[in-house]
Design a protein around this ligand. Structure first.
Ligand code: GRF
Length: 203
């Protein structure tokens, strides 16, 4: 007899408005990401507007600010909060910090990020502006595993967004964001489905 699917516990890390966070919560709560529960939303900014949204969805929220500590010390507190809640996967969603090596090594291939460009093009800040300045005809978004490089880990999924004549950064960013909200839940579902297969194979 096959064992029942495990429900994976997800943490979402944010620093700001959390629209991708909201898309992931919706997808998990509506079953579009099967066998997943968003167990906690962690923000490094107490003023992040995404926190209120997470609360409204009934998700626990935790604020862990940097408060002048080293990246390693800050991450240690976050890792402790994740371990306490038995988190399986971590989704960065507009989380504006680079993770320490210890954090990445604590969760190998279990930390995902979304970036508003077709990586490896246009890493870092203002990816949509960089794309327009280069005159690309096709922009897009990428979900990838997080490693120690800036937006450089293995790619899980990508979606193209055509650039229009006379596009502004705002207009292009809005069209990319719409696709981000679809792509991120799909990519998380893909990763979790593979994790179920691996679990079954090892049981
Ligand atoms: C998104 O464009 C995401 O790709 C990038 O930061 C932005 C976060 O937006 N990493 P939101 O907080 O999810 O609304």
């Amino acid at each position: 007899m096959s064992s029942p699917a495990k429900t994976f516990r997800l943490a979402i890390l944010i620093s700001g408005r959390g629209s991708n966070m909201a898309a992931l919560i919706d997808a998990a709560q509506s079953g579009k990401i099967p066998a997943a529960e968003v167990a906690v939303v962690i923000s490094d900014q107490s003023a992040a507007s995404g926190l209120q949204r997470a609360n409204e969805c009934g998700i626990e929220t935790v604020v862990i600010e940097r408060r002048g500590r080293s990246r390693e010390e800050h991450d240690r507190e976050i890792i402790a909060a994740l371990r306490e809640r038995k988190i399986d996967f971590i989704c960065l969603a507009g989380y504006m910090r680079i993770l320490s090596r210890d954090f990445i090594e604590a969760y190998p291939r279990r930390i995902l990020n979304i970036h508003p460009s077709l990586l490896p093009s246009f890493t870092g800040l203002e990816a949509q502006k960089q794309a327009l300045e280069h005159g690309v005809k096709v922009a897009g978004c990428t979900v990838h595993f997080v490693d120690e490089s800036l937006d450089g880990g293995p790619i899980i999924a990508q979606r193209e967004v055509p650039v229009r004549e006379a596009d502004t950064v705002e207009a292009l960013s809005a069209r990319i964001l719409e696709q981000e909200h679809r792509l991120y839940p799909e990519a998380v579902a893909t990763v979790l489905a593979q994790a179920q297969v691996n679990l079954a194979a090892n049981s």
